[in-house]
Design a protein. Structure first.
Length: 289
């Protein structure tokens, strides 16, 4: 290895330095950590029961006893938001796993084989993108019934063509690289090349896409719950809380403000996390900096 190459590698900042230098990544990590911590804590503790009715304390404004106030049934809004975070994360994780678990192999096969296989995968993706994501999810949950499980499946199905396209696009150029040609000359199969050479070199692209789709899944889950097709009562959901708050928007605005802020900060944090990961993991972005 040349001295110039050694100098370039030595000058490459460590991963910790790059993380701390990325303001987007730091903020995204903090917000995401708070979101996850809130959801995990809700399994063992909430200030009050998120489902217990207490009409004696209904529609109380935020106070030292109820930090985010109470709803029209006397339920503690903060407790409901904590449990709602758990529901949003669960739906988003399953939806992203379904989308990536099916979409990434499809995109990888399309890039590796090309020809009619590539054409079929891409035309199926075009067909899926012809319908708005939320509308597709509404149709699926309307057919199979409302509920968190069906919401997971519906959002996951829309994620499939997204991951397929991203994987195919990131993989296409790599199949022309010298190390891939060398692997082919060595007798490796397309499956082995994909597993050993293609996917490891596009993992930063897929990781960023995961954070983006995670944020979109939270919005989609909230939208489905808002129209009554997501998590069903008594399970709290951010979208359902926004729907219930419409009637009291003037008398008890905190019922809409706090769930809305929860959705906003969750999506903002995940988007910043994705941008930050791209900044430190994408070689092209690092070279530009």
């Amino acid at each position: 290895m040349s001295n110039a190459s050694n100098t370039a590698i030595a000058a490459e900042p460590g991963i910790v330095v790059r993380v701390l230098a990325s303001r987007n990544l730091v903020i995204g990590l903090i917000v995401t950590f708070i979101l996850i911590a809130m959801a995990l804590v809700s399994f063992v503790w909430t200030p009050f029961s998120p489902t217990a009715l207490n009409f004696a304390e209904k529609l109380q404004a935020p106070s030292l006893r109820h930090w985010f106030g109470t709803d029209n049934f006397g339920r503690d809004v903060l407790s409901m938001i904590m449990v709602g975070a758990r529901n949003s994360i669960a739906v988003s994780i399953v939806a992203v796993v379904v989308g990536a678990g099916i979409g990434v192999p499809l995109g990888a096969v399309a890039a590796a084989r090309g020809g009619w296989i590539d054409g079929v995968v891409m035309r199926m993706s075009d067909l899926a993108f012809a319908f708005p994501a939320l509308l597709t999810a509404v149709i699926i949950t309307a057919i199979f019934g409302p509920g968190a499980v069906n919401a997971m499946i519906a959002i996951g199905i829309f994620n499939i063509p997204v991951f397929a396209r991203v994987t195919r696009g990131a993989s296409m150029g790599l199949w022309k690289r010298e190390y891939v040609q060398a692997a082919r000359c060595a007798g490796r199969s397309d499956t082995a090349i994909t597993a050993l050479h293609i996917l490891p070199n596009i993992n930063h692209v897929l990781l960023v896409q995961v954070t983006i789709q995670f944020a979109l899944a939270i919005v989609a889950e909230a939208g489905l719950s808002y129209v009554g097709l997501g998590a069903q009562p008594p399970m709290p959901s951010w979208g359902k809380m926004l729907n219930d708050a419409q009637t009291f928007i003037y008398d008890a605005p905190w019922l809409a403000i706090f769930p809305g802020l929860a959705i906003t900060f969750a999506v903002l944090g995940l988007n910043l996390l994705g941008d930050g990961l791209r900044d430190i993991l994408d070689p092209k972005v690092r070279r530009q900096r």
